[in-house]
Ligand binder design. Sequence first.
Ligand SMILES: *Cc1c(COP(=O)(O)O)cnc(C)c1O
Length: 396
Amino acid sequence: MLNHNGKFGDHGGQYIPETLMNAVIELEEAYNHYKNDSAFNKELQDLFNDYAGRPSRLYYAAHMTQDLGGAKIYLKREDLNHTGSHKINNVLGQCLLAKKMGKTRIIAETGAGQHGVATATAAALMGMECEVFMGEEDTKRQALNVYRMRLLGAKVHPVTSGTSTLKDAVSEAMREWTKRIDDTHYLLGSVMGPHPFPMIVRDFQSVISREIKQQMTEKEGRLPDVVMACVGGGSNAMGAFYHFIEDKQVRLIGCEAAGRGIDTAETAATIATGKQGIFHGMKSYFCQDEYGQIAPVYSISAGLDYPGIGPEHAYLYDTKRAEYVAVTDDEAVHAFEYLSRIEGIIPAIESAHAVAHAMKIAPSMGKDRIIVINISGRGDKDCAAIARYRGENIYE
Ligand SMILES: *Cc1c(COP(=O)(O)O)cnc(C)c1O
């Protein structure tokens, strides 16, 4: 439960420079006002439906179910949303909120470019200025997404501090926000950062579990036994879990990226290998080195290689309401190929981490049990990397 000072148990909070305090207070006040405003909620719901293509389908994966021989498997198809992932839910919500607050400029961080592209999309739709901070290393690896953002009218700033990757892009976006608060909203991409961001992003993503609950009731007349999702910062998982938290009979499973294995240095599994710390304005679990510095993380999945986890997940873990498992690159790649073949659905390599864990647990569950896997995004973006992983170069 979120308490009054923005903490989830011992996690969360607002560990930020004084210069940002006014900005987060203004944001929290605006959000608390608009979240109960029926005109705001109607406008957002219209954007979800007409622009993003919601509600997303809850699809019964009959072939996968039959093949695994155990629990019934349903896929929540966030991959079918406009821009190809769950990220659109959060950016539409925050852009609309920023607009109501009178902001004209949006800044954002991005790792692989998925959140940057979603943000640039929403900013284009709402006629707002948009600047995206992206590690220089990532701008090279993800040149196509840099082009997409520019095409959508955004300015992309390569970040050269630290390791020139996602965590440095977050730090740079926060610095930029302190410089220009009056007309600028920082559109954070996951359930992380200082309060109220973890709450706001969760609420906008919670449309996922609201729909699952309704769709499952229509299709099966009951709640699922398991809901599972991949976890980077944790926004698609928080969205898929949220409306089930009070339904104690529903198991919630978050799937982290183990990379080459949790006993190697090349991992991004925060719950499995991290310790509590303070970074990017929040207290939570982080991958750290022996000196408590943020450790470099690795996963084949660019969307999961963040060195921390959102504070509400840390709390769900502490209180044992949710379980967290680690899935290796190898297992995820296998699941990516498996779902493509068996259901004709190419999942994002991030989402494939959740598919992989379902493949492990479904066979030993009864046929009367039900698993929902949140397919957070589509996998077209990953095909070149997976081909390379298998020793093929598709551009030759
Ligand atoms: C960004 C991304 C993720 C990871 O972010 P979360 O905040 O953990 O959801 C997962 N899947 C896809 C498809 C993404 O684009």
